[in-house]
Design a binder for this molecule. Structure first.
Ligand SMILES: [Zn+2]
Length: 451
């Protein structure tokens, strides 16, 4: 039986059930289960090799599997393309779900489960598209790589991070497609836009250590403890409002218009002096639009004290900071200084720093994505946007190689709802979208270099 886009649905369901849950520990994830599922779907190593495909299974730590397949192209010098999908998922709290997060039930046309959106649906679709191309006997112009990787949800140390360091020639193609927000259909039917993620925000994490007084829990009078100081840090950081950065032209007003806002509201959202007042009027979009127009500082880890009868002298707060293009760690420190406003006993330690990364979106892959989308949604134009989070695209973007977040979804999936499903409860995706993704990836491979 030859591969067809509909294969992506049962493959996705198997991958959800494999429950490659990555909680950050090296022994978690166990993505080799999904590597074996993919290899099984693809017919196994011998079948792939008989089709001319190089097969690499790379396991940097026991069970942390990565599968890299390469189908050589037919035209020397044609740009190579990687389809990059991760195999791991974040944990799920089953008690908060309507259905088993690892049951992969198909209910009213939707597949429920952890990873349905982030990003097993795309990874399954990429595998199906790869098989369709490999089986066709018609080679693509440039090499086609499928990189199904481990550990994306905990920083990619045993996944793409390992591969670019130890096997760069296998995975660092000229062009790449991966996850996040790509391929949603927005706007009215006669003026549809298909989102394509062209970049990601940067990061400048900070740890704030506070040193106050310690003492006995029975005598708290006047003791400015580590607990109180840490709570005060959280309060001040959460109450601080970095200034908005918005452009009056380009992807920002484009996105706002595609979301259907009135011209008057769009104008206010495009003015940095009025955007903060206007954001609440965007309703369910406020959270993502805020993230796309501001440096965000989210105090997510708060620690102080270990025993109820001991007043701790020390506390700490870890802050997830995300940067817009052009912002740096120095900007973060300036914002934190303003937020903390001279609070005594505070030391700020630097965490991982990475700038925001954005492509020009002028290359042949971007044109192929546009053409493949328009085959499904006639007249639809791409709508470039950034993703507030980071993902494996950074390994390409930071080396000047275009990498887009793209799939192609049915018009039933909206931006706010889609973003909420990332790492959210009741994560699910409609089967039509999964098949559309598989079909569209195959078309992108075929259209690359011809449009
Ligand atoms: Zn993901």
């Amino acid at each position: 039986m030859s591969a067809v886009p509909a294969d992506a649905v049962p493959l996705l369901r198997s991958m959800i059930r494999a429950a490659c849950v990555n909680d950050g520990r090296v022994e978690s994830g166990q993505e080799m289960r999904n590597v074996e599922l993919l290899l099984g779907y693809l017919g196994g190593r011998e079948t792939l090799e008989s089709l001319g495909v190089e097969v690499h299974v790379i396991e940097p730590r026991p069970g942390r599997g990565n599968l890299v397949l390469r189908l050589p192209g037919s035209v020397a010098g044609a740009p190579s393309l990687a389809l990059v999908g991760h195999l791991d998922v974040v944990p799920a709290d089953a008690a908060a779900w309507t259905h088993d997060p690892f049951g992969a039930e198909l209910i009213a046309g939707e597949i429920w489960g952890r990873g349905a959106v982030d990003m097993l649906s795309l990874t399954a679709s990429m595998a199906v598209a790869f098989r369709m191309v490999a089986e066709s006997g018609v080679r693509p112009a440039g090499d086609l790589v499928l990189a199904a990787t481990a550990d994306e949800e905990a920083g990619s140390r045993w996944g793409m991070g390992w591969l670019v360091e130890h096997h760069p020639d296998l995975v660092l193609t000229d062009l790449a497609v991966t996850e996040s927000g790509g391929g949603l259909v927005l706007g009215p039917a006669d003026a549809r836009r298909v989102t394509v993620t062209i970049g990601q925000k940067g990061a400048a994490g900070r740890k704030i250590v506070v040193r106050g007084e310690s003492g006995h829990g029975s005598m708290p009078y006047g003791v400015n403890s580590g607990t109180l100081l840490a709570a005060e840090v959280v309060r001040r950081v959460a109450g601080h409002r970095p200034a908005a950065v918005v452009a009056a032209e380009g992807w920002w007003p484009d996105l706002l218009a595609a979301l259907g806002f009135s011209p008057a509201l769009v104008a206010r959202l495009c003015d940095s002096s009025t955007v903060d007042d206007a954001l609440p009027e965007t309703g369910e979009y406020a959270r993502v639009l805020h993230a796309l127009s501001h440096m965000t500082l989210s105090p997510n880890v708060l620690q102080a004290g270990a025993k109820v009868n001991v007043i701790p002298g020390e506390g700490r707060v870890e802050i997830d900071v995300r940067l817009l293009p052009g912002q740096s760690g120095a900007d973060t420190d300036a914002e934190l200084e303003a937020a903390l406003d001279g609070l005594p006993g505070v030391t700020v330690e630097k965490g991982l720093e990475a700038p925001a990364l954005v492509t020009e979106a002028t290359d042949p892959l971007y044109r192929a994505i546009a053409a493949a989308s328009a085959e499904v949604y006639p007249g639809a134009e791409p709508l470039p946007l950034l993703t507030p989070g980071g993902n494996d695209a950074r390994h390409y973007l930071s080396r000047g190689r275009p990498c887009y977040g793209f799939g192609l979804f049915s018009p039933t999936v909206g931006l706010a709802d889609f973003r909420r499903r990332f790492h959210g409860d009741d994560e699910r995706v409609d089967a039509q979208s999964v098949e559309l993704c598989a079909r569209t990836y195959e078309r992108v491979v075929r259209l690359l270099g011809t449009v």
